[in-house]
Write a protein that binds this ligand. Sequence first.
Ligand code: CMC
Length: 431
Amino acid sequence: MTDKHFTLNDPESGESVQLAVHEPTVGPKVVDVTQLYGEHGVFTFDPGYAATASCESSITYIDGEAGVLMYRGYPIEQLAKQSTFTEVAYLLLHGELPTAAQLDEFDHSIRTHTMINESLLRFFNGFHHNAHPMAMVSGVVASMSAFYHDSTNIHDPHDRDVFAYRIIAKIPTIAAAAYKHSRGQPFVYPQNQLDYCSNLLHMFFAVPSDQYEVDPVAAEALDLLFILHADHEQNCSTSTVRLAGSSGTNPYSAIAAGMSALWGPAHGGANEAVINMLEEIGSADRIGLYVSKAKDRNDPFRLMGFGHRVYKSYDPRATIIRETCHRLLERLGHNDTPLFELALRLEEIALKDEYFVEKNLYPNVDFYSGIIYRALGIPKSMFTVMFAIARCVGWVTHWREMVADPGTRIGRPRQLYVGPTRRDYSPIGSR
Ligand code: CMC
């Protein structure tokens, strides 16, 4: 907090209000309205929280105008090029890059917590074979609170660490169990000698009747996507985790709440929706038709994978994925190039269109991620689950930051009430 103030003038009363201003380490200043209602009897109105900082955080920074994303101060481009998902997870959770010994210990802890309780595994038999994997995974993650309720004291830093390691280690196993259930294949147990992404691919694609060798190129591609998805400050799902967690609920339930928020097509569900859209467009000669639909106010269709609440220029994650796509499709020897070419053409046309230029609508992280997931053999319905596995690190990091902050209060927004004023109840017979 500084001694700087922001002054609001109310012309009606002639009163002026001095509001304290918080200085961030980088980014726009933040006007503090916490005393506004108590001292002046007014609320602020900001549906969608487009101009509201809901908390203080030192995890991730985004500059939407400049297309900048940093985890703990490190630019995403450097992490994508030089780091690994496990190291990024350590960085997000602990605030600093690990030494070799710290990374070894962290990696060991994650690798040795990958199994899930057999009872939890049996839950999957209760789901219909064609249940959406996000429904199964969020349901099973919420059920983890039934297994670890008494051992999770959120006020104990050790228990918070155990929770963090457990959920990060087990979420791939739960995702793989959902995938295997939807395929009607037997569950494959985790292999602790494998790294995070190789283990995930093994659990997905190995079958008891055959040898399965993880393709290192596929594991590397997945690792990159996970780095890019690991955190994104106060997005819809992370804010949901914080809001749910602020009541002191079991953290597995808070993560499941965030996962449910992620599923929507405006958020993490967009990667699945992009592929559906590209398949529906089908060929370059139909792009114009879909661009017109996206611009038509009377048509609910939106160009999926385009636009972002914060980025008003190219999403830096999309730049990295786009660059990687060509190389990967070639290295994986995959024949999905036509879909990628279609995506590139769609991007080219949209970026030249006045509507998209005026509204600053650029491709976001989800525009290209589905193409890579497809090339890895992951079905569309699993795309948002893949996003959830990576984002789990961000959710846990934000939850820990919130719980450890002595200033945290239960999340409880106010409203602009526009309903009926007081009226008297009338008995049913006289209505
Ligand atoms: N296609 C066509 N028009 C769009 C699009 C789009 N994809 N996105 C925004 N617009 C228009 C929108 O109609 C509005 O126009 P107007 O000002 O005339 O009413 C204007 O652009 C501003 O859009 P908004 O909906 O007010 O912006 P928002 O910040 O509330 O929504 C968004 C952001 C990401 C939900 C939205 O851009 C969208 O629905 N995009 C498609 C879904 C998508 O790709 N989501 C993934 C987001 S990135 C992954 C993640 O972090 O979750």
